[in-house]
Structure formats: C-alpha cells, structure tokens
Design a binder for this molecule. Structure first.
Ligand SMILES: Cc1cc2nc3c(=O)[nH]c(=O)nc-3n(C[C@H](O)[C@H](O)[C@H](O)COP(=O)(O)OP(=O)(O)OC[C@H]3O[C@@H](n4cnc5c(N)ncnc54)[C@H](O)[C@@H]3O)c2cc1C
Length: 574
C-alpha cells in the first residue's frame, strides 16, 4: 500500500532536530542537490518561543512522552517509580523543548573521543565547528573560543542576584571564574543560552528559517519515517518509507539517507530496517541485514534534584516576579525580564570531587544553579512535568512555597553505568523499551561521586558569602529514607537513588568507533558499518557521556556531518 511520492532526492534526512536542521541547512547550500527533510512533528509556536515557558512544554505535542522502564531500587520519588525521558518532536527537535543551556563539553572529552579510534573528532578538530555555528553576544565570554557570524544565537539569560552569591561562594572555595565554553575546564560562570533577541533559538529557528526559501530544500512536517529502504542484495540504502496522516509513502535517495532522529528513534529506525542485534531482531520477525550493537552503550548525565535552599533575602526567582504586568509587558515589548531566562538556570560550576582519580583538571561534577525551586510555581507545573510524588514534594519543596528559594542541581559528568534500548515490537509506532541502568557500575563510583558533590555543596553553605545571606538547606528527610540517620552517607545514597533524574543527555545508542570496536555502529565518517549510503548523525553517535548538556554537541555533529558529506561527494556532485 505504499505510495511512491514520485520524488527523487539526493539526500534524505530523517529528523529536523538539533543535528538534522543543521545538516539540511548546510547540504542545501549546494543548489545542485535536492534535499528532503522529514520531521514527525510540527513547527513551534508562541509558547515554545518564550524561554521561561519551557516548563509547560512536556505537556504539549512537542514532547514524544517517553518513560524509562522501571528500575528496581531507583526513582522511588516518582509516581509509579517512572522517570520521564522527554524528547522533542517538531522543527528543532529537542532544542524546541530544552532548557536552552549552551555548553559544549570540555577539551578532554573530544580528545578522548578521537583517541578511541575516531580521527577528526579531537578538540582541535571540532572547535572550529562550534565557532562556525555561533552568533555569540555574551558579555564576559572569551572570544578566542566563540563565533559572532554564525546562525545560532547565544546570549545571557535573565539573572537574579543569587548568581553573584553562588559565584562568590565558589570563589571562596578556590573555584575561579571562567568562560566554561573556553579551554578552561574547572571553574564557574553565568549561563550562556540559546536565546536570540529574547526568544528561544532552536536549531530550526537558527539554521532552517533563514534558508527555508531554497527551492532545493523540501521540509515535510508531520511526516513519520517508518524505516530505511535498503537493497537486501547490495546492502545499499536507497530511500525512506514514511507516513503522513495514515498514508504510507516512499521517497528515493540517489546519494544518501541520513538518520538524525535522535538517540531513541535513530536506533529504532535502524533496527526496524534490519540493522541491529541479530537475535533480538530475529525474535521480532525482522530480517537481519547487518548484525550490529544498535541501542547498546546508552550513557547519560544524571541530575540530583534534592538540594533546595531558602534565604530571607530577595535574591531569587519568585512566583510574583513572573506574574505581574511589568514582566508580561517586558517579555512581549522589550523581550527582556524574568520570562527571558533559561528556565531558571542561572550559572554553572565545573568541579573535581574527592572521588576523582584523574590527574589533570578534569571535572567530574556540574553544579547547576537554578534561581528558583520546584516550589516557585507552588508545585503546579515543574514537578508535574517531572512526575514527582506528592509526599516527596510536600516534604522537600512545599516548605519553601512563597519564599526566596533556589536549588543547586548536581550532575555527574563521567558516569560509568550503561543502559540500552531495544525494540518493543516491529511496529514503528510502538516506543522502544528503554533501560537506564543507572548507578549499576560495579565500583559504585557513580553514586559516590554524587555523594562527594553533596559534601562539596555542604562546604559551600559554610562560606562567608552563603552565611551572609543566611542560606539554609531544606533538611526534611525524603520519604523512604527516614530509616537512615539524617546526613549519614547511607542517607544520602538512599536520597540520591530516590530523587535522581535524567538530564536527558542520553548518547551512544549508535556508537561511533573503529571497526575493531565490538559496540561500534558507525565509523568516524558516520557511515553505518556494512550498509552503503546510510549515515547516522545526532546524539546517538556520541561514544560516551560528555561533560555537557548535549544540544551544542548535537549541532556540532550536524556541522561536521555536513562537511564530511560534502567532502565525500565533491568529485561526484551530480
Ligand atoms: C527537557 C530537556 C531539557 C534539556 N535541556 C538542555 C539544555 O538546556 N541544554 C542542552 O544543551 N541540552 C539540553 N537537553 C538535551 C538536548 O536538547 C538534546 O540532547 C539534543 O537536542 C538532541 O539532539 P539530536 O539532534 O540528537 O535529537 P533531537 O533534537 O531530539 O532530534 C530528533 C528529531 O527527529 C524527529 N524524529 C524522530 N523520529 C522520527 C521519525 N520516525 N520520523 C520523522 N522524524 C522523527 C524528532 O521529532 C526530532 O525532531 C535537554 C533535553 C530535554 C529533553
């Protein structure tokens, strides 16, 4: 029942997300090439463009609505122990619903990426691509590391005074002020965000909007890819089967198909197309074209949400700061004010905890300052989006309702635990099964690094700066951990397991690696092993968890992918 769309393209890109939008934009610079960009979702709207309205977005059509499979002894603070794994669906992909924090990851990440047998991915190799994307206007940035002529807006979001308090307190502990997107790796700075002229700047806003008039670029929204069409004999990808309003179409690719459907859907599409673990595909009746470890090697940065503070000083984000005529006027007229914040994120610190065994200045934890708390909106929206249980909210967050509260999220940068995803069925509409396998590393390094960061924050509370602002940590015990003595290591481990949350930075499900890496799915040119004319280019290929929020790395992968592809076809343009 498949309808031939009648159109041939040079390249078909699946997914207009952080990476896919960049690739479509860059490949269509060559007017000889005809590009099809397929996106399952819709264009963003006014709500998605207002930066601090981000907490509403999980409830909209722009979120796929995934949940991780329940993991024993984990996430007890969530309703039914279920941790949401939000993913964006629409032009811009997850950059349409994310918190807009712009971080790249440090130089050690990329040098390690290259050292694992992936030439072309070292820090020196990828830095030019980050810079190429950028139109940066951050005041105190180190401009040796930033671009100002690119498509992607990067600016400083709204700040309250708690940022200064945080940075000064850290300074007392010896942490320098840095531009965290420079080559300096330990230190703190205010947030840099994907906000342009007071509005969220998704990768689609940045890279597609300015070029959407190009006659050679066809962008199809609400077009859901079902599988890649691959010739069984030659193992050559020649098109994509996709669905619009219940009708199934196929489109042909003369040169290549590029999967940029994200860390869950790119591996799902590979497996539906016969590329994946042989036994698993066989059990579902999918004929296997190439046996590869698709879906394995899933890695993620976790975040701990349990550190909620209160101060008598008016230095944080309060509900009343948002809901008043001045703020509403500001966001619509001058595009400034509290609604132009990175969803409350105000500053980042990269620290090295006592758990680290690294020799150099390699951070293992991020402290993310949130200018408000889960109680700022009186528990209405933020915590519902996160699926947090009532009793947990009432114990830890409700006490700060209406007060000056803020949070420090802890995020682990160097996790050892690995999860995986696998097909639930051969139906493309069935979400795959997703297993985080968090805190399962044999040496318990992952949870102990979090514990070390909690101890670091306890020192921060003791600094003169924090004392001056009479900052106190809400120390009500979390339900489920009251059998442990408060503040013992075991108490914190229990608390950590219970209120841990993904930062939605999953990577690695179509891992890049050399041929002799048994887990590798693509090579350093993003080509799927054993299949011609098929690349993957998004967070799935990133071989391990980076010390970064993953939007900028995904866009970098997009920039680099476009160059790799242009180079591959430079002698064969037609
Ligand atoms: C709530 C949240 C907050 C975050 N905050 C930040 C942050 O502040 N800073 C940061 O750097 N990172 C953040 N991240 C992570 C970051 O945004 C993502 O890692 C990144 O955007 C992923 O890029 P990608 O290109 O791999 O995939 P995506 O951007 O997810 O793109 C995949 C695209 O493919 C489309 N697609 C999928 N399947 C199909 C199909 N079958 N057919 C057609 N289209 C399909 C999807 O709809 C989507 O548009 C956040 C993530 C979440 C969920």
């Amino acid at each position: 029942n498949t309808i031939d769309s009648g159109n041939d393209y040079d390249f078909i890109i699946v997914g207009a997300g952080s990476a896919g939008s960049v690739i479509a934009s860059r490949l269509s610079e060559n007017l000889i090439w005809k590009i099809l960009l397929l996106e399952a979702g819709d264009e963003g709207n006014l709500i998605s463009s207002i930066p601090t309205a981000v907490s509403l977005l999980p409830f909209t059509k722009y979120n796929w609505g995934h949940f991780m499979e329940v993991q024993p002894n984990l996430a007890q603070s969530y309703n039914d122990n279920r941790m949401p794994w939000h993913k964006g669906r629409g032009l811009g992909g997850t950059s349409l619903i994310n918190y807009m924090i712009y971080t790249r990851g440090n130089r050690f990440n990329y040098d390690q990426w290259a050292a694992q047998g992936n030439p072309g991915w070292s820090y020196a190799d990828v830095l030019p691509y980050f810079i190429k994307s950028e139109n940066c206007s951050v005041k105190n940035a180190d401009y040796a590391f930033h671009g100002v002529d690119g498509y992607l807006g990067i600016s400083e979001p709204f700040q309250t005074k708690i940022t200064d308090v945080f940075l000064k307190g850290l300074h007392e502990l010896g942490l320098p002020f840095i531009d965290y997107n420079s080559n300096k790796t330990l230190g703190a700075s205010p947030i840099q965000a994907n906000i342009f002229q007071g509005r969220r700047h998704t990768s689609a806003d940045a890279f597609l909007k300015p070029v959407k008039h190009r006659f050679n670029l066809h962008i199809k929204t609400r077009a859901f890819a079902r599988k890649v069409l691959i010739d069984e004999k030659t193992k050559h990808a020649f098109g994509v089967e996709y669905e619009v309003s219940g009708k199934i179409f196929k489109a042909m690719a003369r040169k290549e198909v590029i999967l940029s459907a994200g860390v869950i859907n790119s591996p799902q599409l590979l497996m539906l197309s016969g590329i994946g673990p042989k036994q698993e595909l066989g059990q579902l009746g999918i004929s296997v074209l190439k046996d590869l470890q698709v879906g394995r090697n899933l890695q993620d940065n976790l975040a701990f949400l349990g550190l909620n503070f209160v101060t008598p000083e008016d230095v944080t984000l309060r509900f009343s700061k948002f809901v008043n005529l001045v703020s509403i006027y500001e966001v619509f007229e001058s595009r400034t004010g509290p609604w132009v914040g990175a969803g409350g994120a105000q500053a980042i610190a990269y620290i090295k905890t006592d758990e680290s065994e690294e020799l150099g200045p390699v951070p293992d934890m991020e402290l993310l300052l949130i200018g408000g708390s889960l109680s700022t909106d009186y528990g209405l929206i933020l915590r519902t989006g996160m699926n947090i249980r009532d009793d947990v909210y009432n114990s830890l967050f409700a006490p700060t309702e209406g007060k000056n509260s803020f949070m420090i999220f802890l995020s682990h940068l160097t996790p050892k635990s690995k999860g995986y995803i696998k097909l639930r069925s051969a139906d493309p509409h069935d979400y795959p099964l997703m297993y985080g396998n968090y805190f399962t590393d044999p040496g318990n390094k992952d949870i102990n690094t979090f514990l070390a960061a909690v101890r670091y924050v306890q020192k921060l509370i003791q600094t003169e700066t924090f004392k001056k602002f009479k900052i106190t940590l809400i120390d009500n015990p979390v339900p489920g951990c009251t059998h442990h003595q408060y503040d013992s290591d075991d108490y914190w481990r229990c608390f950590l397991r219970s209120l841990i949350q993904t930062f939605n930075h999953q990577v690695g499900t179509a891992k890049m690696g050399p041929k002799n890496d048994p887990d590798a799915v693509v090579n350093h040119k993003l080509e799927v092993y054993g299949v011609k004319g098929l690349r993957v280019a998004d967070c799935s290929v990133i071989p391990f968890a980076l010390s970064a929020h993953t939007n900028a790395p995904a866009m970098m992968v997009g920039e680099k992918a476009a160059d790799i592809i242009k180079n591959a076809w430079k002698d064969n343009l037609w």
